[in-house]
Design a protein around this ligand. Structure first.
Ligand SMILES: [Zn+2]
Length: 319
């Protein structure tokens, strides 16, 4: 099996980061993360390994309606309380605009991975997996995974699996199954994968779930995988904390090593896209975790020599 494309294609547009939010008043720093991650990758010397794709459009109201009620979509886009604040964030016009871009970024990245499986696709986004059909929740506005999976199922008849390694259960998929019944085909009931436990049992559970997923992929029941390595599963995070630094990095190595095995088992690259999800400790440490994950991806799957050493970038988390 040849290496994949040496660069990670990245669906980033500056509009994904709202320009009118006051970081001091935001309950979560995540809306600023797309722009901050790109700046971090540049500072860390990793940006040559990323190719930014900018010629794509934000989602429209009709796309958001795939996963949400008209009452909620209109209240959020128009800034009407109380629903526009149901994501626990301070509403601004820029935030309302930005989520149409972040949700589109995830859809575009997954779609590209299906059409060009030799390339890993990155959507540098978060703020999706707690949203429900009728409201936002816990820093999440719209159910990006649900919207993307439904669009791709309806366009291409494909089913996907989400490896959700954020600290918190990704409930938006489960809470949307009654709202959009064909979500059961777009993301089968066993394909919203959230490892359970802490420390080594968490990693063991991840391995078991990947083994299950391997069988489903080889039976062609799953056509693409989205890996969301939330940084809030790191032990220093105020809202999460299942894994030490070494274990958090090990989770990345387990997933990308498994993808490489899948490529060999299938005789063709597994369509893989990535998203960021949560992270609430010091922003630079959160960004260093995400960059470490991406460097492991580049070195494991893309044949890249990044020179980025996660263990040297994350000293305060190491014992
Ligand atoms: Zn989380």
């Amino acid at each position: 099996m040849e290496d994949r494309n040496g660069k990670i294609l990245t669906w980033f547009r500056p509009e994904m980061t709202p320009g009118d939010v006051d970081p001091g008043r935001m309950a979560s720093p995540s809306p600023l993360k797309p722009g901050k991650l790109m700046a971090y990758l540049k500072k860390a010397g990793l940006i040559p390994f990323f190719q930014v794709v900018e010629d794509w459009n934000p989602l429209g109201r009709e796309d958001l309606l795939l996963a949400h009620s008209p009452e909620y979509v209109d209240a959020f886009l128009d800034g009407k309380e109380p629903l526009c604040g149901s994501n626990w964030l301070t509403w601004t016009p820029g935030l309302a605009d930005s989520v149409r871009y972040t949700n589109a970024s995830l859809y575009q990245a997954i779609r590209y991975s299906l059409e060009h499986p030799e390339t890993v696709a990155l959507s540098p986004t978060s703020g999706f997996h707690h949203a429900t059909p009728g409201a936002g929740s816990a820093y999440c506005t719209f159910s990006g995974q649900v919207i993307a999976a439904l669009k791709l199922y309806r366009e291409k008849g494909v089913s996907g699996a989400f490896l959700d390694l954020d600290a918190h259960l990704g409930n938006s998929i489960e809470h949307s199954r009654a709202f959009a019944p064909d979500l059961n085909l777009a993301v089968p009931i066993w394909a919203n994968i959230n490892p359970a436990g802490e420390g080594q049992p968490y990693l063991d559970d991840l391995q078991q779930k990947l083994e299950m997923l391997k069988g489903q992929i080889l039976q062609k029941k799953i056509h693409y995988v989205v890996f969301c390595h939330g940084a809030d599963s790191h032990e220093n995070d105020p809202y999460g904390g299942q894994l030490s630094t070494e274990q958090w990095l090990e989770a990345s190595r387990i997933v990308y090593g498994w993808v490489k095995e899948m490529d060999t088992a299938r005789g063709a690259p597994l369509p893989l896209s990535l998203s960021l999800f949560g992270g609430y400790q010091h922003m630079n440490f959160v960004l260093a975790l995400h960059a470490s994950d991406l460097a492991i991806c580049l070195e494991t799957l893309c044949g890249a020599q990044t020179g980025f050493r996660p263990e040297e970038r994350l000293p305060q988390g190491l014992a």
